[in-house]
Design a protein around this ligand. Sequence first.
Ligand code: ADP
Ligand code: MG
Length: 725
Amino acid sequence: MGDQKALGLGESILRLDEHPISEYFGCNTFNDAVARTRLSHSTYHSLKSMSAGGGALTPEMAQEIATAIKDWAMEQGATHFTHWFLPMTGVTAEKHDAFIFWDKNNPGSVIEMLSGSQLIQGEPDASSFPSGGLRATFEARGYTAWDPSSPVFIMGGPSGKTLCIPTAFVGYHGEALDHKVPLLHSMEFLSKASLDALKFFKHSAQRVVSVCGAEQEYFAVDLDLAQQRPDLMFANRTLQGARPPKGQELEDHYFGSIKDRVLGFMQDLELEALKLGIPVKTRHNEVAPNQFELAPIFEQANLASDHNQLLMELMKAIGERHGLAILLHEKPFAGINGSGKHCNWSLATDQGQNLLDPGKTPEQNLQFIYFLTATIKAIHRHGGLLRAAIASAANDHRLGANEAPPAIMSIFLGAQLSQVLNIFERGESKGTAGKGILSFGIPNLPNLEKDATDRNRTSPFAFTGNRFEFRAVGSSQPIAFPLMIINTAVAEALHELNHQVKQDEAQSGDILVSIIKVVQKTLSDTKSIRFEGNGYSDEWKQEAAQRGLPQAEDTVAALKIWEEPQVQSLFVNGGIFSTQELEARLHIRHEQYQKALNIEAQVLREMTETLLIPSILSDIGDKSQSIKYAMDAGQSTLTKESPIGQMIGRQVNLLNQAQSEVMKLRELLGRAENQSDMHARTEIFGRQVRPAMDQLRYTLDELEELTDATYWPIPKYRELLAPLS
Ligand code: ADP
Ligand code: MG
């Protein structure tokens, strides 16, 4: 941690290379080092233990912390504060308040203040955040509650700064109204189950946390061009666009050198992110033209979630400064790779041990296999839910669409680890290579090479040496939600395994024997979820069906999984959601799906009716005029049957077709609007509106290729995807 006094304010650092990163990392946050210097010894320690999930603050301590934070924030130039939270829209919410209060001693004057209760609890008038019916708007009170495990930070604006206090958002009766509360609950559930398991191995850990490193993919396109496209502005993706002459066929963009304009954006973004304590580390070009990736170092899951949310906001804002529109949508361009967010997930003890790291001793290896088996069991039981967790209108364009992870959840372990598990399951003592794998019945693992585990890019949930990589998460999605599902499912699995081991031990009298027995049985029971082959192939679809793995081909199908009994019991027993909270989440997911498709369909309809059809008509008019002139001038070869005549005929036919398709779309939207049943409306949007949009788009794309480019009223793919120089 650097000396911020010496450096002054975070804003005085204007370039990434002005100082070593270690000197300014986190300088815009009230981090541990600042807290230590500005708080009394006892308050600092209370805050620390509270951040780690224990203890509470007295009102006096809360006031001391609030004043220290306010003083620090004002020194950095902040005038306002906001509780910063992640409602179920998935987009962070803020409501800013100035620090000012009337000065009792000086009528008409104000003083700056932040009270302990303002720090700890807020009451945004949040009636219009989605609550899925949990809160009728007439009792719209929702509370934001400070989350001390995530440091407060300062965000700059064009002419002022705001202190942001990360908070959880709960309803009047404590119902979770955001993504953070369930994530924190799931971490608690997982920590308990893991600690129970660790006791078998005489491990002295006090706490286990789930950690995540989220690799964020995105597109960057020229902002001026993007602003000319209503679809990009309102639906975040192109709803029409003929393929460019050169797409990603050459794959010359992947890991290529980064062009200056984009590099400048990345460097500014990283500078601001680093000042906010976001440990951004890796940047590179992705496969598609103008597609890039940014990855931070992994962190505790709730911090990783806050940071990813913050990063997505920063990306858009800083992109604009560089004249770039940053597209976080899962599929901005048809026919070009989409964007995901690989969530690298593992478990770490408070002593810093990664529980998914194969150990050095046989006992450590057994412990590793125990946690690995629990994860396999979790995905085996809740693969469908994991699929449902990342289902959205946008992610439907990726999943199962032959480029990104398939929509069928399976686990990839790599040949080496698979072999070890198979041998372990059978209780054999030697692998095919003749190496001793089990000694005295407990595993003696060979060194697992990362290379040996990281070959299969077609798996949605792959073991990569010391963690799992969940690759199906969409680029724009909050990671809190899928992380919560993984944590909860693994906690449930651990809980069951722990229970079985204890029961068995009562008979066997030997904990190791019981652990081995339970793991062997679990490995054998959960085999169907393990798959080492090509996840994109049609054979896999058939095989997965034979194995009985759930296959939800789109969001409409995936949403049904939420209503299955094992999902209910998972969340209710894990203390994550009540039945009502779960029902509310389901409502919100239906609503968001319907809204997303409704916006897309309305934008496409309007674009077609008011921009594209009129332009195509003008073009046809012009062409017809030219032909008439030519014919008048004696060019009698220009008949209806001539190639030119046929080309115009085709354009006219397609235009008629587009017009009737847009009318069909209108009719379907009306039908959806009149449907009051939630499930039926989702079905209309997914199974009727969506195909109708695809059909119209297909016609328009063909028309684009027949229409005079100077008449085309919106920027084309070839312009949007041209190298950014
Ligand atoms: P790759 O592209 O090969 O997957 P990257 O370096 O782009 O690798 O991203 C890997 C991500 O995984 C980084 O965010 C990294 O911090 C994270 N990571 C590394 N080890 C762990 C771990 N034990 N648990 C969770 N995440 C991890
Ligand atoms: Mg990766």
